[in-house]
Every structure is written in structure tokens, then in C-alpha cells.
Design a protein around this ligand. Structure first.
Ligand code: SF4
Length: 362
């Protein structure tokens, strides 16, 4: 029997040295997400060696003042600096210092997944306390010339194939056994499978469920409803179906594979799951604030947790020179999103505090 993830009980690693107001935390997180962090020479050794997966997870993972988690991209011109002072790791700004903890990276990821003679990281990744596995390598949308215009998978190596199930589960088990940063849950994720690979996707999810850790699934809203039903019946804890953009027009242009996604479809998906157990990401940056807020309200109404994902440009994609959001815009959208969500009895997602590291939520 799989456990549900206890989202409130994040392992505490240090006692905050002072109380921060909610708005101060939110503004600091918005700044770290958008402007990143500069590294002082004293903390270079702190950086964990970790494999590269994606632009949205490549930054340094920090727990700030025991209050929130953030994946801060390393940027040499950032006004905020990470520094070690008298053995304490701090974020230093012009006016203040905040104690932080750098999250370790599991060295198991760099080891060999023995049966395959390839690194474990080719089969499994870790985001804070969550192990991620992907039943297919690449994305079917890219294979059929409809990749999302911002995505490093869609514009990555020109290959699409299913992953070997036993090698994936072998890597997952190796990561779970490592105790350097205990894995508390699993996400089945990756690119969108071709129609003949959905059964494989469900089977890999079933295998992940056998670990008895809570399992969430991140998949396209275009996933057949019968597959989503199977995943729910199998015991999947949470579902993430990313709409990416609120406006159907922009979505068609930037995510042609998701052009058929409608609000009616999202409502239908959400109606099958317990309220609040479905979330969906909106990319913050390319759309007007008023449009984004309209989408957040629509999600909250139908019981979907809105997830605010700040746009990060990826080299090699058509949106590589598109700017990310300004910190004050990200902050103000978040504050309004909190008010809207509260009114409808949901929250800004995701539910898991550590999984909030690369999105705008505290
Ligand atoms: S569906 Fe996901 S993996 Fe595929 S191109 Fe779009 S964002 Fe990338």
C-alpha cells in the first residue's frame, strides 16, 4: 500500500536565526529564481557535483533560513552572493544576510547502473527529496515535429525511444537506498509518450508504486483519459498536467503538441481526482499578467493547483533569447495567485514544500 506524501513535514535541518515575514520570503525567492546567485570564492567547494538534466533544475539548491527551498541559477552579475563566513553559509545582499543550507546531491547518480554500464543518472534524477524517472527518452511531440518552443527535450537530441523498464527501476532503487538526502517520493515524468507507449508508461508507474513510496505523475494534458484513470486506480498520489500557457492562441503557437488542450478537458481530468491532487504549470514571462491571473482563477475554480514556473531561456530553442520574468512581476503574480487560490480553497502548488524549489511558491 502506497503512503500519501506528508507535505507539511519537511525534515528540518536548521533552526531559522530569525523570523521572516511572508512577503519578505516571497520577494527573496522571486529574486533568487529570476536573478540567481553569484558565488563567492569561499563556497565553490560547496557545490555538489551533479549531472545536468534541464535548465529548470541546473541551479544550486538551497534551503533558505529554514523557510523555503529554491533552485537558484548561478549568475555572475546577481546582486545576491553565496558566501561562507565563519563556517556558516549565507546569502548576502546589500542590506541583509540569510543563513542557508546547500542541498547535497546523491553521488549514486554518478555511479554505474551496472546491468547497463551507463550512469544511474541516465535513468533516474533527483530533485531535492524526489526521485524522477522517465518511461520514454525524448518526446513524441518532437518526433512528430510539434515540440514546445522553449523545451530542451523537444529541441534536444533527435531521438525518441522507450526506456528499459528493469534498468530504470534498478536505478530508482539505487537512488532510494542512498541516505545522503533521503528520497521521500517519486515522480514519473519525461517527454510525452507515443500512443503505443502508454501501456509501458503505466507499467513503469506500477513498478515505481511497488517501492511503497508516494508516486506522482507528470504528463501532458493530452494523455488519454483512460490512462489517467488507470494511473489513479493503480494508486498514484498526485497528477501534474502542464497547460504551460493560459491563452489557447499562445499555447497553439508555442506548444503545438498541446494545441488541442481546452479548459473543458482540464476540468474533466480534475473531476476524477481528489480536489487539490491535480496541478498544472503556467510559464510566467511570455504572457500578460492579466491573462495569467485569469488562468489561475480558472484552475482554482475547478480544483487544480496552479504552479507558477518562471520562464528560463534554453540555448538551442527558438525562445533562447526571450527574457525571463522580472522579480517584481513574479512576486506580484504570486501574491495575487495566493489570494485567488485561498478564495477557492486550494493553494499555489505544488503541495510538497521541497518540490517548490524551482517554482514560485513558499
Ligand atoms: S511535452 Fe514536455 S517534453 Fe515534450 S516538448 Fe513539450 S515541454 Fe518538452
Amino acid at each position: 500500500m502506497n503512503l500519501r506524501l506528508d507535505t507539511e513535514r519537511v525534515p528540518s535541518h536548521f533552526t531559522p536565526s530569525f523570523d521572516l515575514e511572508f512577503n519578505t520570503k516571497a520577494m527573496l525567492k522571486a529574486c533568487l529564481l529570476t536573478e540567481g546567485i553569484r558565488l563567492h570564492a569561499s563556497c565553490v567547494d560547496l557545490l555538489p557535483r551533479k549531472p545536468f538534466y534541464s535548465i529548470v533544475t541546473e541551479g544550486i539548491e538551497l534551503e533558505v533560513n529554514g523557510d523555503f527551498f529554491v533552485n537558484a541559477p548561478i549568475q555572475i552579475h546577481s546582486p545576491r552572493e553565496l558566501i561562507v563566513n565563519n563556517g556558516h553559509v549565507l546569502i548576502r545582499t546589500e542590506k541583509k544576510e540569510y543563513p542557508v543550507r546547500c542541498l547535497p546531491a546523491s553521488s549514486v547518480l554518478l555511479e554505474t547502473n551496472v546491468p547497463a554500464n551507463r550512469p544511474v543518472s541516465d535513468y533516474c534524477s533527483i530533485s531535492t527529496d524526489r526521485a524522477n524517472i522517465w518511461p520514454v527518452d525524448g518526446c513524441h511531440f518532437a518526433a512528430c515535429k510539434k515540440p514546445c518552443r522553449f523545451c530542451d527535450v523537444g529541441f534536444g537530441p533527435d531521438s525518441y525511444q522507450s526506456m528499459d523498464q528493469s534498468l530504470t527501476i534498478n536505478a530508482l532503487k539505487a537512488v532510494i537506498q542512498d541516505t545522503s538526502l533521503p528520497v521521500r517520493h517519486i515522480q514519473v515524468t519525461g517527454g510525452t509518450p507515443a500512443s503505443h507507449h502508454w501501456d509501458h508508461f503505466v507499467e513503469v508507474t506500477r513498478q515505481a508504486l511497488k517501492t511503497e513510496l508516494p508516486v506522482s505523475v507528470m504528463t501532458s494534458p493530452t494523455t488519454p483519459l483512460s490512462i489517467l484513470d488507470e494511473l489513479y486506480e493503480a494508486g498514484v498520489d498526485e497528477l501534474c498536467v502542464n497547460i504551460e500557457f493560459v491563452s489557447e492562441d499562445l499555447r497553439s503557437k508555442l506548444c503545438p503538441g498541446k494545441a488541442s488542450v481546452t479548459w473543458e478537458l482540464l476540468e474533466k481530468i480534475a473531476s476524477k481526482w481528489p480536489r487539490g491532487k491535480v496541478r498544472s504549470a503556467i510559464i510566467i514571462g511570455p504572457e500578460k499578467k492579466s491573462t495569467v491571473l485569469k488562468g489561475i482563477r480558472r484552475m482554482a475554480e475547478i480544483g487544480i493547483l496552479p504552479v507558477l514556473s518562471p520562464f528560463r531561456p534554453v540555448k538551442g530553442t527558438p525562445m533562447s533569447s526571450f527574457p525571463g520574468p522580472k522579480s517584481e512581476d513574479l512576486y506580484s503574480i504570486y501574491i495575487e495567485a495566493c489570494n485567488i487560490s485561498e478564495k477557492y480553497g486550494v493553494m499555489v502548488g505544488p503541495l510538497c514544500n521541497m518540490c517548490k524549489h524551482n517554482v514560485m511558491a513558499i
